[in-house]
Design a protein. Sequence first.
Length: 328
Amino acid sequence: MPTITDNPPSYVKEDLAQLREHLDKLPSKAVDQNLIIATWNIRHFGDLTEKWESDENDSPKRDLHSLLCIAEIVKRFDVIAIQEVRANIKALRHLLKVLGPEWSLLMTDETKGYRGNGERLVFLFDTRKVALSGLACELVIPDDPRDPRKYELEEQFARTPYAVGFKSADKTFILVTLHAYYGKGTERREAELKEIARWLKEWALDANSWHHSIIALGDFNIDRKGDKLYEAFTSTGLSSPPEMDKIPRSIYSVAGQADKEKFYDQIAWFKDVDGSDALSIKYKQCGGFDFQGKVLTNRDLTKNQLSWRISDHLILFAEFDVRELPEG
């Protein structure tokens, strides 16, 4: 049985080389100059079939070749929030082996119960570019009958949002990731989005006094821009760059129609009263990476088959400048 650290077959090497050529079109990582933050829902990221190429009799379908492709994509970013990591972290452990000793992670425990779906929230980060600042916490709804505030949720979040503080080139920022509840109807999802929006706004007002930046990212399960879920998410001022609207989030997106399709994945932050970004790092650009036709090219896979080996979600990223900028 092969392992992830073995020398891969020639066709895998060729496939990875082609993938790198496509990835080279993304912004380059530069120490003490830029910061590239990403979010990716990697479908059912748990177990792994230790074969170079799985077949229809294997479960799971994700194999060593697929994981090497995922690793090539992940390593192009400085810090990445990953959703849908399972209780079984075999694929995640193997991914870290491929990424190497310069990479580290923080993750939540498995979320029990049918609403939590047995998932974890994970941050992977390149320690050559990013360090921990000391903060790591889960956001919960206060359970105090003396609290006069009315909360949108009568229970806790289905999957508790996860916040971690990072530092890059002496600039400190807080990333808050969430995988919003997805089920029949949208009432609970809307309540979760309203509550996380309020939570982040209250926190941002305090954090800004310490020159922190708060950035929300993850899978918010928003159907359309302008619908009630999007309005809930942006209800306290969270916003994403307008150019992000045109970036497809799913392998099922139709070319040229991303702004009319699912807005599940988001990277967003608040604005100051003058309309500028409430960030200590300067936003430069955003983008995505559509891996279709660029991975596992030796196989004739349907979109559904591809989704179980890589994902049904596409990666979304934002690049920031972390250099000291001149006044004015």
